[in-house]
Ligand binder design. Structure first.
Ligand code: SAM
Ligand code: SF4
Length: 324
């Protein structure tokens, strides 16, 4: 389906939970988190019904996110059910990796197509400072296990939360050591991310070129999104950048987002959207549900305006509540 600006919308990101086993400083507060009561979170049946209607409108790819999606029971089961919906071609997952090694078998059996692991540093002390937890070993175990899975597409997402040259060099070095694409995501001024100093793509690229030599932009795209990639001589994987701030890609945006409590959003930055849970629990027909999804897609905002004047329409949810 097209939105009113002519963009094809074929990608749905579903947040399964607002809960997480980490407390990344740019995403969640340390304490005092208001957790959505279980009864207010969409059930798997409700998620499947929404996904079926979305597939009828042309959604082809689904990403499971959170909070931490693997912290919700039977995430792999849901992935399998989503894959079985006619029209859905790819179901992928973004995870902090802590529970990955134990759930990887179930996820691959369910037919998961790709896994993105979020990891910002290989330094245990920095990891503890960024995530407020000591779980680096578990994440690395998950990463190794995923890389050992034949045919599974694995990527690594790194938010430059700490401005340390050697950290960027070490993270990019994983793409040298493994056939793994390492992507740097510009910090977005959403929720707790607003408080962080901004590190742009060009400055990280300059640091990496100094350490590893020239980086050559490639045309090839991997996955659902707006990441652009560079190759470096001698590297098995590519280095990617998702630069929502300095390389605004809204004209190619292909996605809508469903929060854990069932609110369908057209754009990360704005609150605008529709409460699908209220419709579902009010006894709507599939036709009414499809119409509500169609309307959010059609009305999808033309673009974000991060770092411009804040408005009352701006999102007030934390990233952990939206799913990134
Ligand atoms: N817990 C899972 C994880 O960390 O992958 C899924 C949810 S998390 C919100 C999804 C992605 O959003 C992660 O890669 C995280 O680093 C990223 N993220 C969180 N806050 C952000 C911000 N302010 N700007 C850019 N990316 C952010
Ligand atoms: Fe949890 Fe992911 Fe947010 Fe970190 S970025 S606190 S792992 S939801």
């Amino acid at each position: 389906m097209l939105d009113k600006y002519g963009r094809t919308i074929d990608y749905l990101r579903i947040s399964l939970t607002d809960r997480c086993n980490l407390r990344c400083v740019y995403c969640m507060p340390e304490e005092g988190i208001h957790q959505i009561p279980h009864a207010e979170i969409l059930t798997y049946d409700e998620i499947l019904r929404i996904s079926q209607c979305a597939a009828e409108l042309g959604v082809r790819k689904i990403k499971l996110t959170g909070g931490e999606p693997l912290a919700r029971k039977d995430c792999a089961w849901l992935a399998g059910q989503l894959k079985a919906i006619p029209g859905i071609e790819k179901v992928t997952l973004t995870t902090n990796g802590i529970l990955l090694s134990e759930q990887l078998g179930a996820l691959t059996e369910a037919g998961i197509d790709a896994i993105n692991i979020s990891l910002d540093t290989l330094d245990p002390e920095l990891f503890r400072q960024i995530t407020r937890r000591d779980s680096l070993d578990k994440v690395l175990e998950g990463l190794e296990a995923a890389l050992a899975c034949p045919g599974l597409s694995v990527k690594l997402n790194c938010v430059p939360a700490v401005k340390k040259k050697e950290n960027f060099v070490a993270m990019a070095g994983l793409a040298k050591k493994y056939p793994l694409h390492v992507r740097f995501i510009e910090m977005m001024p959403i929720g707790y991310g607003k408080k962080f100093p901004f590190q742009d793509e060009e400055s990280i690229k300059a640091i990496l070129e100094e350490a590893y030599g020239p980086m050559t932009l490639i045309e090839e795209r991997f996955g659902n999104g707006p990441c652009h990639y560079y190759k470096i001589e001698g590297f098995q994987g590519k280095i990617g950048f998702i630069s929502a701030v300095t390389h605004k890609f809204c004209s190619q945006c292909n996605r809508v987002r469903l929060t854990a409590e069932g609110y369908l959003k057209g754009c990360l930055q704005f609150q605008e959207g529709t409460d699908l849970r209220a419709l579902l629990r009010g006894g709507c027909t599939d036709g009414e549900l499809t119409e509500a999804i169609r309307s959010v897609i059609w009305e999808k905002p033309v673009s974000h305006n991060f770092y411009e004047a804040q408005t009352e329409q701006d999102e007030v949810r934390a990233m952990s509540q939206i799913g990134g």
